[in-house]
Write a protein that binds this ligand. Structure first.
Ligand SMILES: *[C@@H]1O[C@H](CO)[C@@H](O)[C@H](O)[C@H]1NC(C)=O
Ligand SMILES: *[C@@H]1O[C@H](CO)[C@@H](O)[C@H](O)[C@H]1NC(C)=O
Ligand SMILES: *[C@@H]1O[C@H](CO)[C@@H](O)[C@H](O)[C@H]1NC(C)=O
Ligand SMILES: *[C@@H]1O[C@H](CO)[C@@H](O)[C@H](O)[C@H]1NC(C)=O
Ligand SMILES: *[C@@H]1O[C@H](CO)[C@@H](O)[C@H](O)[C@H]1NC(C)=O
Ligand SMILES: *[C@@H]1O[C@H](CO)[C@@H](O)[C@H](O)[C@H]1NC(C)=O
Ligand SMILES: *[C@@H]1O[C@H](CO)[C@@H](O)[C@H](O)[C@H]1NC(C)=O
Length: 673
């Protein structure tokens, strides 16, 4: 129960965080807040002449840098005529209907920090604090603001990372000026992947120390008129989608951008816009790109990837045929001693070109010949490899994953990971039974084969006769997945991050026993491939907002993906970009909208609600909250997988179908070994 409590806190935080404060302006008036919190924070530790005008012994209209609005929406006019009644009214500051509308103190000698309470003004629209000596970071709480539209912190001494919550202001934001500070790190992505910040016209991040690749999400901000990223440490290529923005001003100079410039409308930008970047940056107003330049456009990369995918199929058949031939020859020489058990040994048959097989627990009887004589059938292709269903001579079946050449790290860094993955054994995880590395670097991962469907097809296959998935069954699947992930995160000696949680990577058997595949493979791959995995996770809707590079993936990004998966299970909707319409389906925001509109029950798949008497007592609502908590934009408030398991165990469906029994933990399906 103590967990339930902690958990509701997370949920609360999540909603609080995303919807901003709706309960603001309670007891404290804006005037009180200004005096108690804002003034001391902005003036730092020295008396400030301008701020000293904020004093109740002076009429409100003489307080410098402030504009006020009545709660009926009309601005307080502080007529400059000294005789005007408002200007001289000494008790106006007591008027509770007056709210702060703008705070404009450029070049006012401010030397403190931006106060965290700044987000609490419910009517504050403009915040202009440029050209001061403010230090510290932008407080997370700024994003609680419900009205901020114009923000200027330019030319201060601010530092640290830009808080991801800044994009919570996205809907109302018109200008964001942060130029000339000491901000560093990556520019965070908005929590909602399709944010368009539709009112945003000016984004000025120039003259800071921002790094990483071009923040491509800004190319979705279609209202943008000025974009200045000049004089930072951005690198990589400039996305083609930038030419979709109708900018009046662009400055990308003095970074380390490279590659080929997008094609812009006829001479839209001159060379100055791009000067001072990596000498490799070419195209447009800059020098002509040499053909064969190292800058690859995304289209070229796509072409290469597709090419490699096609050749992978050929490679596989060639490989299997080639080694089979070798093997037969070798068998005639009676040499069978080429199997090891989870141990690496240098191959002694240098002259035969033989590869090596590493066996893990459960595959002790498997021989290289078994594997190479198996007849395969392609099941699935990914950018980094192909999965085959392979029949062994003795009638058993295995799943073979052939990793595409060049996708995998070198053997030295691969093998420790392989051994680690080979030790993982859990009923909700598909076991890696063996690993084969050919002489020319071909790598085959050998897994148990399960004949049943993946969860994606079970949930979204619309053909008639599909398996009925009631809540009891879905709960069993979700709990299985959660247990498998929890085992990876905390049940093994060296924790494993799954890195690729999605419904396509979950195999469900006829008893609704779920098994995760593909775990830990990112650790085997070269950066180019893992970056692609991140991009795919993004398209598929499972990517945590903070995940920019696969090497940053961790248990919390897995939890995020699990949250999306749980929503997918509950809602019966495919997350991410829809293949046909191209529309991005953002499951968490669908739920948020439904919660706000008090139509929460409508988010559930109809099949889920079948036979449910009380969504609360059957654990449905709890599961939805749990999923939303897992998808919290702030990674640190997400529960860990053990908490998720506990929560799912405590909130089980009461109505269990005959097929479902909560005590049943093993399926009857035997493994091939
Ligand atoms: C406000 O102004 C009065 C009169 O000038 C002064 O005595 C008082 O110290 C000021 N209060 C603050 C908090 O600065
Ligand atoms: C709003 O309220 C203020 C003070 O209560 C009043 O002076 C003003 O006329 C009102 N404006 C409108 C448009 O009602
Ligand atoms: C000064 O403002 C207060 C609060 O709005 C109001 O109650 C009072 O009547 C005003 N006094 C004069 C002299 O205008
Ligand atoms: C800027 O931030 C870096 C750390 O990110 C720090 O080392 C440096 O001293 C800061 N520069 C200034 C001028 O504050
Ligand atoms: C994201 O896209 C969906 C569907 O297109 C839309 O309903 C939702 O409002 C969008 N969210 C944002 C923040 O733009
Ligand atoms: C672009 O930004 C750089 C660095 O801030 C500045 O030196 C340069 O003058 C700017 N160029 C234009 C055309 O605004
Ligand atoms: C610029 O990027 C290139 C790679 O594109 C890198 O080798 C170089 O070190 C970078 N330069 C700076 C100053 O960061």
């Amino acid at each position: 129960m103590e967990f339930t409590h902690l958990y509701s806190l997370c949920i609360l935080f999540f909603f609080f965080f995303t919807f901003s404060v709706t309960l603001s302006n309670s007891a404290t008036s804006d005037v009180q807040l200004l005096l108690a919190k804002i003034k001391p924070s902005l003036q730092g530790n020295k008396e400030n002449l301008v701020l000293s005008s904020w004093n109740t012994s002076l009429p409100l209209c003489q307080w410098r840098g402030l504009q006020w609005v009545y709660s009926n929406g009309s601005l307080l006019s502080c007529d400059t005529l000294l005789t005007s009644p408002q200007r001289t009214n000494a008790s106006l500051y007591k008027d509770p209907t007056l709210q702060l509308y703008s705070l404009t103190l450029p070049a006012a000698g401010l030397s403190g920090e931006i106060p965290r309470e700044i987000g609490e003004f419910s009517s504050l629209q403009s915040l202009f604090l440029g050209v001061n000596s403010l230090t510290g970071n932008i407080p997370l709480e700024l994003a609680y603001s419900v009205s901020l539209a114009d923000v200027d912190f330019g030319s201060n001494l601010l530092n640290g990372n830009l808080p991801p919550s800044i994009w919570n202001l996205c809907d109302r934001l018109v200008s964001l000026r942060l130029r000339g500070n000491n901000f560093s790190g990556l520019v965070p992505e908005p929590a909602l992947p399709n944010s368009t910040c539709k009112n945003l016209q000016v984004l000025d991040l120039s003259n800071n120390k921002f790094e990483g690749s071009f923040p491509a999400f800004v190319t979705k901000f279609h209202g943008l008129k000025e974009l200045d990223l000049g004089n930072n440490m951005f690198s990589g290529s400039i996305p083609v989608s930038l030419n979709g923005l109708n900018l009046e001003k662009l400055n990308l100079s003095y970074n380390n951008f490279s590659g080929v410039l997008p094609v812009f409308e006829e001479s839209k930008y001159n060379a100055e816009v791009f000067e001072g970047n990596n000498p490799e940056l070419c195209g447009g107003p800059l020098r002509k790109c040499k053909s064969g330049s190292t800058g690859l456009s995304s289209r070229t990369i796509a072409a290469i990837v597709i090419g490699l995918m096609t050749s992978a199929v050929v490679l596989a058949s060639v490989l299997i045929g080639y080694v089979q031939g070798k093997k037969r020859k070798k068998n005639r020489n009676g040499n069978e001693d080429d199997i090891e058990e989870g141990e690496e040994e240098e191959n002694d048959n240098g002259d035969t070109g033989e590869g090596k097989l590493i066996l893990f627990q459960g595959a002790e009887h498997l021989t290289l010949e078994d594997v190479l004589n198996a007849t395969g059938q392609v099941m699935e292709k990914t950018s980094y490899g192909t999965v085959y269903k392979a029949k062994l001579a003795d009638g058993g079946t295995i799943a073979l994953r052939l990793l595409r050449e060049g996708t995998c790290k070198d053997r030295g860094s691969c093998l420790p990971v392989i051994r680690q993955l080979g030790r993982v054994r859990h009923e909700n995880l598909v076991s890696l039974r063996a690993f084969y590395q050919g002489q020319r670097g071909e790598k085959l991962l050998i897994y148990d084969y399960f004949p049943h469907k993946n969860l994606h097809d079970l949930l979204h296959d619309t053909r008639a006769g599909k398996t009925m998935l009631n809540w009891a069954r879905r709960h069993k699947i979700a709990l299985g997945v959660a247990r498998g992930l929890a085992h990876l995160h905390t049940g093994v000696e060296v924790p494993v991050t799954h890195g690729n949680v999605k419904s396509k990577n979950i195999i469900v058997d006829e008893f609704f026993m779920a098994r995760l595949t593909e775990f830990g493979l990112d650790k085997l791959m070269v950066p180019a491939v893992t970056d692609e995995m991140v991009a795919i996770a993004k398209t598929d809707g499972y990517k945590a907002p903070e995940l920019q590079k696969m090497k940053k993936c961790n248990s919390r990004t897995d939890v995020y993906a699990f949250g999306i998966l749980l929503l997918e299970i509950l809602m019966g909707k495919k997350p991410g970009k829809d293949g046909r319409s191209g529309e991005y389906v953002d499951l968490p925001s669908l739920v948020k909208t439904a919660v706000l509109e008090e139509t929460t029950l409508e988010v559930f798949d109809i099949a889920v609600l079948k036979g449910i008497r009380s969504p609360m007592e059957d654990g449905l609502i709890q599961a939805l909250k749990l999923a939303m908590g897992c998808c919290a934009p702030v990674a640190t408030v997400r529960p860990d997988m053990n908490e998720v398991v506990k929560q799912l165990e405590e909130n089980r469906p009461r109505n269990r179908s005959a097929l479902y029994s909560p005590t049943e933990t093993r399926s009857e399906i035997g493994t091939p070994y």
